[in-house]
Design a protein around this ligand. Structure first.
Ligand SMILES: Cc1cc2nc3c(=O)[nH]c(=O)nc-3n(C[C@H](O)[C@H](O)[C@H](O)COP(=O)(O)OP(=O)(O)OC[C@H]3O[C@@H](n4cnc5c(N)ncnc54)[C@H](O)[C@@H]3O)c2cc1C
Length: 487
């Protein structure tokens, strides 16, 4: 064991990326720091998990258990993929068929053309849409005139949308689309932590509609032929391409099936194999599930916040606010069909379901329309979401009861009566961190309370999306390596 050592706990996208950027930064700066990456399960990738099912044609079904893509607008995941040499595997969404449906009175109803995220930018399709009542449309239009909130205090997503666009826009559009992304409750969800851009737009343009129109205009000017990059990107073999490529290119001490159970202050003199104790750098001792201990100078915790709270109970009890970051559990069911056994045209990316519709599932993605390479020729793949803040009781429904419920929902919403060729159910317990109002202040307080050499990073803190996790991992790695350089 060398004294200049970093330990990264958690082998999801955040931990793997942190290891990669520690490796890159130390090589770039020519300094000698070794690292260990410890993952408790028997596989790398955490919530990024792709399953391949063959036997139905020349191509396999590619099934995502967790994320199916990343937001293209946030550059960090794509940048990482380029560094790893897998950019040739990028898979954009089929934007020619991009259409989102919102369940309205039990029927999938198209989100009107020109509604960008939440605000309308095309008058005619908006006025013709059945989704919003005439009064609701009028109320949304008032956004043009309502003065902006100019201070930087946080508010819930529900408060923001009610203030600018009205209750109906919240119920029919913002809640299923914007809270849906976070599996959040709009009445608790922090605006500043989840959609700060809308607050910036409000401030800058005085109105969301004006801001969206300006964004649309500048996009048309930069891309006059309409070939804007797709909104989401995946990889042809599935999202796990990213975590597999990462693991392949890590040269450090990477261990699976090793759980970190406890952290305490370390003492290098106890290590025995060191030439001289390091006095300047902090030292920590990790107790591992295989009965061994690991001495290290810095620890990057890329694990859920409640796990970080547990691990830090001895060395940083003041970081107990980590426990205030709430989690919800979610699940997905992927269902494979013969294409000609489904009458539905699958003419879009799927259906989001407002809470007010009171269904037992949250959304359906038409995976084989959204992306190529997801189902063999002549077959279709759908993915249903359940659990979260919307349908938490569904997490306790056993698999054999869950499938008939999902089939009944698909029958009622889309008229699908066919029996799926096969299905896959994935449950993610305590998986989705909730950015409740005041989240950013909470995170800043947690970070400020950490002792030297301890870092927390990843989805619980400054963004849940894959690109956000990569960015946070990179920032943390640069900080950790920077600490050595400035010692
Ligand atoms: C169903 C679902 C769909 C999603 N869809 C999208 C999407 O389309 N696009 C998008 O950008 N994001 C999406 N997300 C969010 C995104 O996938 C996650 O935020 C991200 O993958 C989290 O990565 P992470 O490395 O921070 O955490 P995790 O992936 O949870 O990794 C943490 C790792 O730490 C390990 N660990 C925990 N405790 C210990 C310990 N004591 N010792 C050692 N190891 C430990 C765990 O086993 C785990 O592997 C989705 C999430 C879910 C659940």
């Amino acid at each position: 064991m060398k004294p200049n050592h970093v330990t990264i706990v958690g082998g999801g996208i955040t931990g793997l990326s942190a290891a990669w950027y520690v490796q890159q930064e130390t090589a770039r700066q020519g300094i000698d720091i070794t690292y260990s990456l410890l993952e408790q399960s028997d596989r790398w990738g955490g919530k990024i998990l792709t399953e391949t099912v063959t036997g139905y044609g020349a191509r396999p079904f590619i099934i995502e258990a967790g994320p199916d893509s990343f937001l293209s607008q946030k550059p960090w995941a794509a940048q990482l993929a380029r560094e790893l040499g897998i950019a040739d595997q990028f898979l954009p969404t089929n934007d020619g068929r991009r259409q989102t449906f919102i369940l309205h009175n039990g029927r999938p109803t198209p989100l009107p053309d020109g509604v960008m995220l939440i605000a309308p930018t095309k008058i005619r399709p908006f006025l013709q849409s059945r989704l919003i009542s005439p009064w609701g449309k009028l109320r949304m239009g008032l956004d043009w005139f309502i003065p902006p909130k100019t201070d930087d205090t946080d508010e819930t997503l529900a408060q923001f949308i009610q203030r600018r666009l009205g209750q109906e826009a919240l119920d029919k559009i913002a809640e299923p689309l914007l809270s849906g992304i976070y599996n959040a409750d709009a009445e608790l969800q922090s605006m500043m932590a989840t959609f700060p851009r809308f607050r910036d737009m409000e401030k800058e343009y005085g109105s969301l509609i004006k801001a969206m129109l300006a964004a649309k205009k500048s996009r048309t000017q930069t891309s006059p032929n309409g070939n804007a990059p797709s909104m989401f990107t995946s990889f042809k073999p599935g999202m796990e391409e990213l975590t597999l490529a990462l693991r392949e290119q890590l040269t450090g001490d990477c261990r699976l099936e090793v759980k970190v159970e406890r952290l305490e202050m370390g003492d290098w003199r106890l290590a025995g194999n060191l030439q001289s104790p390091i006095t300047q750098l902090p030292n920590y001792q990790l107790h591992l599930s295989d009965g061994t201990t690991l001495l290290t100078n810095a620890v990057i915790l890329a694990v859920p916040a409640f796990v970080a709270a547990h691990l830090l109970a001895d060395v940083a009890p003041q970081a107990a606010a980590l426990r205030q970051i709430r989690y919800v559990s979610t699940g997905t069911v992927s269902l494979a069909y013969k294409r000609d056994e489904i009458d539905h045209p699958l003419n879009g990316f799927g259906i989001v379901i407002p809470r007010s519709e009171r269904r037992r599932i949250n959304a359906v993605t038409w995976s084989s329309t959204k992306f190529d390479h997801r189902a063999p020729e002549g077959f279709a793949l759908l993915r249903v979401f359940f659990g979260g803040s919307r349908t938490p009781e569904m997490m306790d429904v056993p698999d054999e009861a869950l499938l008939p419920i999902v089939q009944a929902e698909l029958r009622e919403m889309m008229g699908i009566t066919a029996v799926p060729l096969f299905h896959r159910i994935y449950r993610w317990q305590q998986s989705n961190p909730q950015y409740d109002v005041g989240h950013l202040e909470r995170v800043a307080a947690i970070e400020a309370s950490l002792p030297p050499g301890i870092f927390v990073t990843g989805s619980p803190y400054r963004g849940v999306g894959v690109p956000d996790c990569v960015k946070q991992a990179k920032d943390t790695a640069v900080k950790v390596v920077g600490n050595w350089v400035t010692e």
